[in-house]
Structures are given as structure tokens and as C-alpha cells.
Design a protein around this ligand. Structure first.
Ligand code: NAP
Length: 485
């Protein structure tokens, strides 16, 4: 990893505007999933350092929330500028620790930074309300105030954007943050802390530390000073954290797992559907929460779609993400690849057919050849569970009603996709899908202007868009009485 700015490779914990080691002196290795080699040793923090970070965020809160919105906006904007100026280095860091192809890492930095730009602008538009009062001597005024200290816990699949999507609105609204990135990918988050420091954001407003998952989680969820937890990760851990937050009745935003249906109707533009399927299914080697997980194909176009998809998958290139030609990098580690191979086994044992790929690649233990399974049924694990790997299961259906029923037959409700050119069908299906996000004739749905989030066990709350700001604000109702005396 050759960085133009070596100062972006940080390995300490960033607490109260200073870099420090773990109190115990312990470190954890960060492993490059493509090579299995250690690329850095990062401070392994625990309960004590988390308490220090919470105290720092709490001290910084009064000053930060009192600053004019335009001033906070300038700081967040500055962070955006610094992030874009460092795009190439941040992308190299990300590919080294996460594995995704370098072109995707560059894209994620721009996508992650776009949340900072967006919320820097939104900072200036946190309006209140006046409401007609029930009697002549009263006035009702509503203001919106920052929630307070916010804990941010993020996953490894988007190590930059999942954090900026939280830090952006939190800082813009006047909150301070304590962030815990995933153990596998702390370097991208620590680099953001370094840029926050360079942007002149006051000490204590942004704190980032990695280390002992359970200890950090317990300290954040049990602290009465932390007023909100915003979490992106698995549904299983999300449920655990909601329970842990109940003790102090924290607000929570939960961006959890998905099981996205990708429906192709027989009136669809099949070429467009294949392009959308490749983008949605195989990006980040299938490790996104909005990845198409189940491809529901109407029987009349099933064979044709399978053939065209196979031709497109054959063009994908598996390799180390640093190679500019790579389109499919490694999974996050060997265990992740094992788990995907087990799901493929489960499907083929029950009668599904592997038409391409689906084997561990010779390149390394964490690499899987992109795959397509046909003849998949709703009894197979690939239908029920989040695959998190480059495997497209194809399921045939006959009617529109059947497609909607199959699509909704899951506890998840994050992203969904369908392809059709019939305007009546487009409205019926879009309204019938129990999902927070519906891509219609489109496989790429994420951007800072749109509300991202799920229904059912995919979580609560929305990130990005004008709604994203609400998650960090409390409504305060003021009743002015005695006005006619
Ligand atoms: P994960 O295992 O749930 O971990 C997510 C984060 O939670 C990591 O930082 C992890 O730390 C931390 N964590 C785990 N147990 C914890 C505990 N007891 N207390 C406090 N923190 C704890 O998920 P992942 O494997 O990293 O990410 C993949 C999942 O994220 C998938 O299900 C995916 O769908 C979901 N996701 C959802 C969205 C969305 O917007 N809805 C976006 C991206 C990903 P360690 O790494 O240290 O274990």
C-alpha cells in the first residue's frame, strides 16, 4: 500500500482530539483479505477508553450545539473537501483492508463524502414550526434540537460511507459522536478521524476507537450520557443492541440486513435487467445489504434471462482489488467464503443447478468464482438467508401476484428491484412490495439525496436525504401562555 499522504494511516484511538494507544498497550492486526497478510496493528481499546470518549463527547456537546448552524456547516463541508482531496489514498486504504476492487473503493469515497456535502447543506435548514393554539392566550412553537451524544457502530462492507452517513447528519445537527468501526476495517474510519482533526473540528466532537467489541458495545449502550445509538450491521446484532439500549431508553436507528428480491417480468427490457442484476448482485462481491439476493424470473423469459446473465457473469474478473481490471475481489475472510460455499451446497443438494462459478478460486481462500444457481426453491437457504457473496439464485414464477407473495415472504424489508415496462404493473408491484426501497428498472439505488432504510426486521429510521437529519433531532414543544393578560 503506497499512500501519497502517509499521515492518513492511523493506528491509535482518536479521543478528545488526541491520538492515543490502548490503555493496556494491546493491538489487533488488520488483515488484507486478498493476501491474508497483516497491514497494520490498531489500538485494541475497551471499556475504559470508551468511557473517556463518551466523557469527551459529552464535554464538547454544549459548545458544539450552541454554534451557529452555518459554522457547523462549514466544518462538515471542510471535511468533505479534505475527503475528496484524499480520495485516492482513502481508496487504497479501503481496498487493502476490505478487499473491494479499487474502482469501487474510489466510488465509495465519493459516495461517502457526498453525505458530508449533503448534510453540510441541510445543517442550515433545520426549521421549526408554529402551530395554531386551541385558545387565544396561547401560542405553540416547536423547535428542533440535537439529540446529544451519539454512538455510531458500523460494519466492514462500506467502511467509509456507513460512517459518513452517520457523522454527517450528527455533526450538522449539533450532536457529538463516539464511533466504533468494524474490527476488520478500522483504518478507513481512523483516516476519517484524522481528516476531522485537520478540518479543525473541535476536540471531543468526533471520537473514533476500535477494539474489544463487547466491552465497547456495553459501555456505549449502558451509558446514560449517550442519547442515541445509530447502528449499521446484521439484524442479529441489531436486536441485541436494541435490547441493550432499552435500559437507558436511547433513541436508535437500525440499518440491518436484507434479502432483496430482483423481479424480472416477461415484458421487461432484458438487456437492462441483466445490467441491473450485475450491478446489484455482484458489486462488492455480493457483500452489500441491498444486493439482489433472490432473482425471481417470470417463466416466459427465465431461460433467456439465465443465458444472458451467464454471458455477463463470464465477463467478470476475479482478482486482488488493487488490480484495475478486477471486478470481483475477495470476500472479507475465509470464513465468509466457507459460509457462501455451504449455502451453494445446500441448494445443489436440494436440486438446484450451478450453471457457472460457485467454487473457491485458486487465487486465495477468500475468493469465490461468481455464480448462478437455477432451479432454486423457497426451501433453500439461498432463498431464506442473506447470502453475502457473488451468487445469484434464479427462481421461476408465473403470475404477478405470485411474484409479490414470493418477494414479501421474508422477515426482511430493505431493498427490492423489479423490471417491467407496463405502467399499471409498475404501480401495482411497487405498492405491493413491503420494502423501504424499490428500484424500478434500476439496479443502483443509493445516493445521498434519497432516504435509505428498511421495513420489518431490516431496521428503523432512514439515512441520507432530508429525512436523515430528523434521526438526530428532538422536537421541543414550547407553550407560551398568558398572552392576552
Ligand atoms: P455485524 O456482525 O452485525 O457487525 C456490525 C458492527 O457491529 C461491527 O462494528 C461489529 O463489531 C459490531 N458488533 C458486533 N457485535 C456487537 C456487540 N455485541 N456490541 C457492539 N457492537 C457489536 O455485521 P457485519 O458482518 O459487520 O456487516 C454485515 C451486515 O451489515 C449484513 O447483515 C448487512 O446486510 C448489514 N448492512 C446493512 C446496511 C444497511 O444500511 N441496512 C448497510 C451495510 C451493511 P466487530 O466487527 O468488532 O465484531
Amino acid at each position: 500500500m503506497q499512500l501519497q499522504d502517509a499521515g492518513l494511516l492511523k493506528t491509535g484511538a482518536y479521543i478528545d482530539g488526541k491520538w492515543q494507544a490502548a490503555d493496556s498497550g494491546e493491538t489487533t492486526a488488520v488483515i488484507n483479505p486478498a493476501t491474508g497478510q497483516s497491514i497494520a496493528e490498531v489500538a485494541r481499546c475497551g471499556h475504559a477508553e470508551t468511557q473517556q470518549a463518551i466523557a469527551a463527547a459529552d464535554r464538547a456537546l454544549a459548545d458544539w450545539r450552541a454554534r451557529p448552524a452555518a459554522e457547523r456547516s462549514r466544518y462538515v463541508r471542510k471535511l468533505f473537501d479534505l475527503m475528496m482531496a484524499a480520495q485516492e489514498d482513502l481508496a487504497q486504504l479501503m481496498t487493502a483492508e476490505q478487499g473491494k476492487p479499487i474502482t469501487e473503493s474510489r466510488g465509495e469515497i465519493a459516495y461517502g463524502a457526498s453525505f458530508l456535502e449533503w448534510f453540510a447543506e441541510e445543517a442550515k435548514r433545520v426549521y421549526g414550526d408554529t402551530i395554531p393554539a386551541p385558545s387565544a392566550d396561547k401560542r405553540i412553537v416547536c423547535t428542533r434540537q440535537p439529540v446529544g451524544v451519539v454512538a455510531c457502530i458500523t460494519p466492514w462492507n462500506f467502511p467509509n460511507a456507513m460512517l459518513t452517513r452517520k457523522i454527517g447528519p450528527a455533526l450538522a445537527s449539533g450532536c457529538t459522536v463516539v464511533c466504533k468501526p468494524a474490527g476488520a476495517t478500522p483504518l478507513s474510519a481512523l483516516a476519517i478521524a484524522e481528516l476531522a482533526d485537520r478540518a479543525g473540528i473541535p476536540p471531543g466532537v468526533v471520537n473514533v476507537l476500535a477494539g474489544k467489541t463487547g466491552e465497547i458495545g456495553e459501555a456505549l449502550t449502558s451509558s446514560p450520557r449517550v442519547r442515541k445509538l445509530t447502528f449499521t450491521g446484521s439484524t442479529e446484532v441489531g436486536k441485541e443492541l436494541i435490547r441493550a439500549c432499552a435500559g437507558t431508553v436511547k433513541r436508535t436507528s437500525m440499518e440491518l440486513g436484507g434479502n432483496a428480491p430482483f423481479i424480472v417480468f416477461d415484458d421487461a427490457d432484458l438487456d437492462a435487467a441483466v445490467v441491473g442484476a450485475i450491478a446489484s448482485k455482484y458489486r462488492n462481491a455480493g457483500q452489500t445489504c441491498v444486493c439482489a439476493n433472490r432473482m425471481l424470473i417470470q417463466r416466459g423469459v427465465y431461460e433467456e434471462f439465465a443465458t444472458r446473465l451467464e454471458a455477463a457473469v463470464a465477463q467478470l474478473r476475479v482478482g486482488d482489488g488493487v488490480d484495475e481490471q478486477t471486478t470481483i475481489g475477495p470476500l472479507i475472510d475465509r470464513q465468509a467464503a466457507d459460509s457462501v460455499l455451504e449455502m451453494i451446497d445446500d441448494a445443489t443438494r436440494q436440486g438446484a443447478r450451478l450453471v457457472i462459478g460457485g467454487r473457491r478460486s485458486d487465487i486465495g481462500d477468500a475468493f469465490i468464482e461468481p455464480a448462478i444457481l437455477t432451479g432454486v426453491t423457497d426451501q433453500m437457504r439461498v432463498f431464506r438467508e442473506e447470502i453475502f457473496g457473488p451468487v445469484a439464485p434464479l427462481i421461476a414464477f408465473d403470475t404477478e401476484a405470485e411474484a409479490i407473495a414470493l418477494a414479501n415472504d421474508t422477515e426482511f424489508g430493505l431493498a427490492s428491484y423489479f423490471y417491467s415496462r407496463d405502467i399499471g404493473r409498475i404501480w401495482r408491484v411497487a405498492e405491493g412490495l413491503d420494502y423501504g426501497i424499490v428500484g424500478i428498472n434500476e439496479g443502483l439505488i443509493s445516493n445521498a439525496a434519497a432516504p435509505f432504510g428498511g421495513m420489518k426486521e431490516s431496521g428503523n429510521g432512514r439515512e441520507g436525504s432530508r429525512y436523515g437529519m430528523d434521526e438526530y433531532l428532538e422536537i421541543k414543544y414550547m407553550c407560551l401562555g398568558g398572552l392576552d393578560r
